[in-house]
Design a protein. Structure first.
Length: 566
């Protein structure tokens, strides 16, 4: 396949978003990309229009289809056995346990139907959604890890998402090849860590951010190859440093032992956050071997624009939490040899995929959902190892290539062609999805837009009757039998036995907030996924960064940051 490298210039067109009303830009290179990925049948291209939604509203649509953390007990519609699922029992969809869904005990082709040119496409797709069974959880090879989602190859993990090849990981997200972690985010090759983010190769660390290959460190920021350091920032290759100054081993051990106390730990945590906001030096953009890129958190990337948390990718725009991509636009959680994707969610190993949802090892796919190891599908759900199907009905290659352009033209007339599935078609309630984390709205706002909403008001929260000891050393194993209440939202939560064992091993107190509130606290420590015009606090140079000018953070351009870091 020949690849045309996209280079971004200043040629642009201004549009108003049909959802939020804000002005956004369509670049000349964007138009070239839309033409490039437009599907072709019998030598004729079905051109994609430029989007009517701004990048944020397009991302909001995709996120509204991703439920990561809301898990429920319900019944498998095939075996009638109790299962854990991302679909609450009230959802009007069929749900099969993972082993049944992947088996040959049912055939998604049985739900196939003809396309009706007198009705909108999305209306017909919604009817198919209610018939084709959905998989309970996105997980594979999960040993003793019942409560995990979007995960692969795990052992003894609990309430963890976006994680692979890991063991004994709790309440964490985006973890690769790690073990013994709790409340962590974006970690690789790490062990014995707690509340640590965006770091690689760490051992026995607590609250270390953007600090790689460090061990026995607590409250460390933007510091690599350090050991036995506390409350320090922007240092490298240091040992026994406290508040960015050399310290004795005895002072280090005394302060480290204080971390076992909840009261003292909370004071330290507040002091660390203050250090991040007022003393630490932040890079304008956290780029590692990233060439000609704009956005935040890029690793081994080239020509990636307006994107966040992207690794090993090239020639992409508006991509988030993604990796190993080439020539892709508007992708969320897509990874591993993805090419020529547009407006897709979690389509790993997908080539030439348009407006698709969680479909792996696919190519030439359009408007399909949960289809795997397939190609040349349009409007299909739940198919595996299939080709030339429309609405789950089989066609010949000739029939498929004749019918699809007619459907696209029909969708063009109904105003449906060219953007991801509408939010109202999502099988989840808006407040169950990742969209609520990045684009929070009220129930009234959601319902006014015809978004679904999940009410949990009838749930009874039990008051906490157990007094948690201040020091982790004093916490008995019996705490795993107690019902705790979050000091923030009053939601009940519990401490499982492996989790307690990890806290004692690391030496941190029992958390007083529930996992959901702790997750939101971690999110609040990151900058928003937006770019602002700002100035380097050292030299005054203009920078484009995720740090807005009204924040107190000290932000340096790349040149000044490199000169400062020692």
């Amino acid at each position: 396949m020949s690849v045309i490298t996209i280079r971004f210039t200043n040629t642009m067109e201004q549009k108003n978003c049909t959802s939020c009303g804000l002005n956004f830009t369509i670049y000349d290179e964007d138009l070239k990309f839309y033409e490039k990925v437009s599907p072709q049948f019998n030598g004729q291209k079905c051109l994609l229009p430029s989007p009517t939604l701004c990048p944020d509203c397009r991302q909001q649509r995709r996120l509204s289809w991703r439920n990561e953390r809301s898990l429920y007990k319900r019944t498998c519609d095939f075996t009638k056995k109790n299962i854990i699922s991302m679909y609450s029992p009230d959802k009007p969809v069929k749900v099969y346990s993972n082993d049944i869904w992947w088996s040959d005990k049912w055939d998604p082709m049985e739900y196939g139907r003809d396309f009706d040119f007198f009705r909108p496409f999305f209306e017909q797709f919604a009817e198919l959604q209610k018939e084709v069974p959905r998989i309970a959880l996105f997980q594979k090879n999960a040993e003793n890890s019942e409560y995990v989602n979007h995960c692969d190859d795990l052992k003894n993990c609990y309430l963890t998402v976006d994680t692979g090849f890991s063991e004994d990981v709790f309440y964490s997200k985006w973890i690769i090849k790690c073990r013994d972690l709790a409340d962590t985010f974006q970690m690789e090759d790490a062990e014995l860590c707690y509340e640590t983010q965006y770091s690689v190769g760490n051992f026995n660390c607590i609250y270390t951010f953007l600090s790689d290959y460090s061990n026995d460190c607590v409250f460390l920021f933007s510091s690599d190859h350090c050991s036995n350091c506390i409350f320090s920032h922007n240092i490298n290759h240091k040992k026994y440093y406290i508040f960015n100054k050399p310290a004795s081993e005895q002072v280090y051990l005394e302060m480290r032992n204080n971390m076992k106390s909840y009261k003292k730990f909370e004071k330290y945590r507040s002091r660390f956050i203050d250090m991040l906001n007022t003393k630490a030096i932040h890079r304008a953009n956290t780029f590692i071997r990233a060439e000609d890129c704009t956005g935040e958190y890029m690793y081994n990337c080239k020509n990636i624009k307006d994107s966040f948390d992207v690794i090993e990718s090239q020639d992409c725009r508006y991509c988030y939490d993604a990796g190993h991509m080439k020539d892709c636009y508007d992708a969320y959680e897509n990874a591993f040899n993805c090419e020529l994707q547009y407006d897709c969610h979690a389509c790993n190993r997908g080539v030439s995929t348009l407006f698709c949802h969680v479909s792996y090892d696919v190519n030439n796919m359009i408007y399909s959902d949960s289809c795997h190891n397939s190609s040349d599908l349009f409007g299909c759900i739940g198919l595996r190892h299939k080709k030339y199907c429309i609405l789950n009905k089989q066609y010949t290659k000739e029939q498929y290539e004749e019918l699809v352009p007619k459907i696209i033209e029909h969708m063009r007339r109904t105003g449906e062609w060219g953007e991801f599935f509408p939010v109202k078609l999502s099988p989840f309630a808006y407040n169950e999805t990742v969209a609520m984390e990045y684009y929070p709205i009220t129930k009234e706002q959601a319902l006014s837009k015809e978004f679904k909403w999940f009410d949990n008001d009838s749930k009874n929260y039990f008051p906490q009757t157990y007094q948690i000891p201040d020091n982790i050393d004093d916490v008995p194993d019996s705490i795993s039998n107690e019902v705790l209440s979050c000091i923030n939202c009053q939601n009940n939560y519990r401490i499982i036995a492996p989790e307690l064992k990890l806290y004692k091993k690391i030496g941190v107190p029992i958390p007083r907030k529930c996992p959901d509130c702790r997750h939101l606290d971690r999110m609040a420590l990151s900058t928003p996924r937006k770019l602002f015009d700002n100035n380097c606090k050292n030299c005054g140079k203009k920078i484009r960064t995720s740090f807005s000018p009204d924040r107190p953070d000290i932000v340096y351009c790349e040149d000044c940051y490199r000169q400062y870091t020692y």
